[in-house]
Design a binder for this molecule. Structure first.
Ligand code: DOR
Ligand code: ZN
Length: 466
């Protein structure tokens, strides 16, 4: 550690900003002194695991980063293989992108992947992985299915279909009908399996759990605390009071999917996830050790910690928005309604905990987009709806994030293996191919006659679907 520190301290133009025990790492970033910063400054930091001896070579490798282009909070890193190995990290030129005059919020870059990927990145033009699945998705219903089903089915082989319709999908019989409506919209020649989920209420009968276990298309129950999010009014009013249902799920081995937020008016919106863990989830985990639990759309370091510390029967889904963004992306420079989702984006340290779990290839953190369309006028409104419609861009977004962190080798596990393993479903044997070809996310999508603004609308991503 001492050796690492002194090596980095000698590093021209940069200083050690301190070690972060939560991440077991030492972190270097640009000075915070200048008055105006390009948003691209956000990625000038690098995280080195504690105890890792950082060689001159590794630092030199970083000097190959020659330009950063601002893509909102996703940055396209270009490498110059010809750049001489200099032992300095260089900040990018401020010739583009939005500027703001507050202190910069450097986004971390992690340097943990195997050497082969550090070498390979710049030359990889296609990337073929086993077909991925989306373990958290909102298709909605009716005419919207003509947009949402192909958008997902063209990429993903299966999706966990969230049941928060109006009225919600409470029974196996309702799930069967909804499933038929979804299947009717799968494009010809495409194989896609919707994995149905039932919506828990205060009055869900234990027999429904038994019926779900017997069916071959219902794969889980979703716990929405009443009032926590879109169409959750008939959710569970006290998650501590349906222990008989958790017991039945444990007995029949049906996973419990959790929207982990309390809804009390006196709890700050940024604390709702942590309080839910303290108040309910720790107890549920302890009382039902054989119950499979998915902590949906994890947003906090406490959530990440909960999953890490729990047994193999506990996992989390990770959305593109919580991986790529923090609350600055929602609020700095004006309110960005299309980045508004629930649970709300948190501060950067929480984002970094999620990134860390994904970048290290932790097998219980897997892809779940939480793609949740709302019409443009419902998002850009005095009281806007929560949800990001990310289905079309999700895989290129995850790939771009991982590449930015030299961790493209983690994509297949995250997107195609870990979730299937957790749900005890076979991994797909067919593949999808991503191509390094810039692709611009549409500015707006016409869906069921209404305008919808997708996540990352109008922004160019370095990867597209082949
Ligand atoms: O942002 C969100 N939108 N979070 C949720 O939990 C629900 C979703 C939706 O259905 O709109
Ligand atoms: Zn959701």
């Amino acid at each position: 550690m001492a050796e690492t520190s002194s090596l980095l301290r000698n590093h021209t133009g940069y200083r050690i900003a301190g070690s972060n025990p939560a991440l077991s790492a030492i972190y270097i970033k640009t000075p915070r002194t200048a008055g105006r910063f390009c948003l691209c400054c956000k990625i000038s930091g690098t995280l080195y695991p504690t105890g890792m001896t950082v060689s001159q070579e590794q630092i030199s490798d970083e000097s190959r980063v020659t330009s950063y282009e601002n893509r909102g909070s996703l940055l396209d890193t270009r490498y110059s293989r010809l750049a001489p190995a200099r032992n300095t990290l260089r900040s990018s030129a401020h010739t583009h992108g939005q500027t703001f005059s507050t202190r910069p919020t450097p986004q971390l870059r992690y340097t943990m992947p195997p050497e082969k990927f550090r070498q390979g990145d710049a030359m990889t033009d296609t990337l073929t992985i086993a077909r991925p699945d989306d373990w958290h998705l909102h298709f909605r219903d009716g005419d919207l299915l003509a947009e949402t089903v192909p958008a997902t089915a063209n990429v993903f082989g299966r999706a966990i279909v969230m049941p928060n319709l109006t009225p919600p999908v409470n029974t196996v019989a309702q799930a069967d009908e909804y499933r038929q409506r979804i299947l009717a919209q799968v494009p010809a020649g495409v194989t896609f399996e919707p994995l149905m989920v039932l919506y828990l209420t205060d009055t869900t009968p234990v027999e429904e759990v038994e019926r779900a276990a017997k069916s071959d298309f219902v794969h889980a129950f979703k716990l929405y605390p009443a009032g926590a999010t879109t169409n959750s009014d008939s959710g569970v009013t006290d998650p501590g009071k349906i222990t008989h249902l958790y017991a039945a799920m444990e007995k029949h081995d049906v996973p419990l999917l959790v929207h982990g937020e309390v809804t009390d008016a006196d709890i700050d919106i940024f604390d709702r996830e942590k309080v839910f863990i303290d108040r309910y989830l720790n107890d549920i985990r302890r009382q039902f050790p054989g119950l499979r639990i998915v902590f949906e759309h994890v947003t906090t370091s406490e959530g990440v910690h909960f999953v890490r510390e729990a047994s193999e029967l506990t996992a989390a889904t990770v959305t593109p928005q919580h991986l790529l963004m923090n609350r600055n992306d929602l609020l700095v420079g004006g309110v960005r309604p299309h980045n508004y989702c629930l649970p709300i984006l948190k501060r950067r340290q929480h984002q970094e905990s999620i990134q860390q779990a994904v970048l290290e290839g932790h097998g219980r953190f897997f892809l779940g987009t939480d793609s949740a369309p709302h019409a443009r006028n419902k998002k850009e409104a005095a009281c806007g709806c929560a949800g990001c419609y990310s289905a079309r861009a999700a895989l290129p977004l995850y790939a771009s994030f991982l590449e930015q962190h030299n961790a493209l080798d983690k994509l297949e596990g995250f997107a195609s293996h870990f979730g299937a393993d957790f749900y005890r479903l076979p991994r797909h044997t067919d593949t999808v191919t991503l191509v390094r070809k810039p692709w611009s996310v549409p500015e707006v999508i016409d869906a069921a006659g209404e305008a919808m603004v997708p996540f990352y609308a109008g922004q160019q991503l370095p990867w597209s679907l082949g």
